[in-house]
Write a protein that binds this ligand. Structure first.
Ligand code: HMG
Ligand code: MG
Length: 306
């Protein structure tokens, strides 16, 4: 296959990872986690979520986390925002970018946002308009792009239609999200080819995999073959969505970097330093982190080109 020379990794561990943890992770540890990830060379880090603290108590300290981090130049610090209230909080905290997160299936949209798809798109459009007027970049996730925990299959043509609407409303990129980790490579190719028929440049498409069934890396490979150059990942493989039954950890940043290093694709990310960040957060989440490369530990270090 023709590999891209370079891939951008969007690190979502501090948000998608920690939002689903039962343990209370102290704010100072979240801050240290974000700082370590920036030191590892990750240039886009989703720090937290300005969502309802009733809905997701783990993200209630979003403003404090932003206030505590050391901003590294060249790093984009982002956050989830579901509505204008979230945008106002995010702007006060000094985010570089916000992410809206509607879904491609009706039941998940209601469960996750208490809104229909259309209501969520209307809220997202309002966020896009205000954020862009304030000079902020907007990213959009499209949850359940590869399947819904309540409705099952989601037609690729529907995903493409909704992705095109997100680009049209001003999102700089759409992250097609496999919320519950059901995607397989053939499906990735099918969804991406539908998206291409909507004239969305592949440079504006990102892929967001959860690794529930162990298919995340092979799905990345299918994405690379289709020309995708932005992938979301979570240090240690932390992650899941509290409103998606069965959703387990995200594709681990370590596993992704190991694959890309091996393929000779540049990321700017130092694998050893990501492992160090995961090792430091692991005691605070109170269970072993699932990333295979992280678990391989010292053996991985020996195999990492310096
Ligand atoms: P609602 O209860 O319908 O909201 O929730 P509401 O508008 O009726 O407001 C209720 C209360 O919440 C009010 O306060 C609002 O002010 C407050 P009260 O008057 O009762 O005191 N409120 C807020 N407070 C702080 N920040 C806000 C905010 N908005 C309202 N932004 C809402 C609707 C959208 C707020 C709620 O459903 C919500 O926050 N949902 C977010 C759920 C979530 O974060 N899920 C996980 C992230 S998504 C994910 O993981 C998927 C992803 O990774 C991609 C993938 O894998 O698929 C991105
Ligand atoms: Mg996710």
């Amino acid at each position: 296959m023709t590999c891209p020379d370079r891939v951008r990794i969007v690190e979502v561990g501090p948000r998608d990872g920690l939002q689903n943890e039962a343990a209370h992770v102290p704010t100072r540890e979240k801050v240290a986690f974000v700082n370590r990830l920036a030191d590892a060379g990750l240039s886009a880090i989703e720090v937290s979520a300005f969502v309802s603290p009733t809905w997701v108590p783990q993200m209630a300290d979003a403003a404090d986390v932003f206030a505590g981090i050391t901003r590294r130049s060249g790093v984009r610090y982002t956050a989830l925002v579901p509505n204008l209230k979230g945008l106002a909080r995010a702007r006060d905290a000094g985010v570089d970018e916000v992410a809206i997160f509607p879904a491609a299936s009706e039941t998940f949209s209601r469960r996750n946002l208490n809104q229909t798809i259309e209501e969520a798109f209307a809220a997202g459009k309002a966020v896009c308009g205000e954020a862009r007027a304030a000079g902020l970049r907007v990213r959009a996730y499209l949850s359940t792009s590869f399947g819904c925990p309540f409705e099952g299959a989601v037609p690729p043509a529907r995903v493409a239609e909704l992705a095109a609407r997100l680009i049209d409303m001003g999102a700089s990129e759409v992250s097609l999200s496999d919320t519950i980790g059901v995607a397989h490579p053939g499906q990735v190719a099918a969804v991406l080819s539908q998206v291409a028929t909507r004239r969305i440049p592949v440079g504006r498409v990102a892929l967001h995999f959860h690794d529930t069934r162990g298919t995340a890396l092979v799905n990345v490979y299918a994405g690379l073959e289709a020309g995708v150059t932005t992938f979301d990942a979570s240090a240690g493989g932390l992650g899941g969505c509290p409103y998606a039954p069965g959703a387990t950890g995200n594709l681990a940043t370590e596993d992704l970097v190991y694959l890309l290093d091996g393929l000779g694709i540049a990321t700017g990310v130092r694998l050893d330093a990501v492992i160090d960040a995961s090792r430091a957060i692991e005691p605070h989440v109170g269970h072993p982190l699932p990333s295979r490369v992280f678990r391989a530990g010292e053996a991985t270090r020996l195999r990492t080109p310096s």
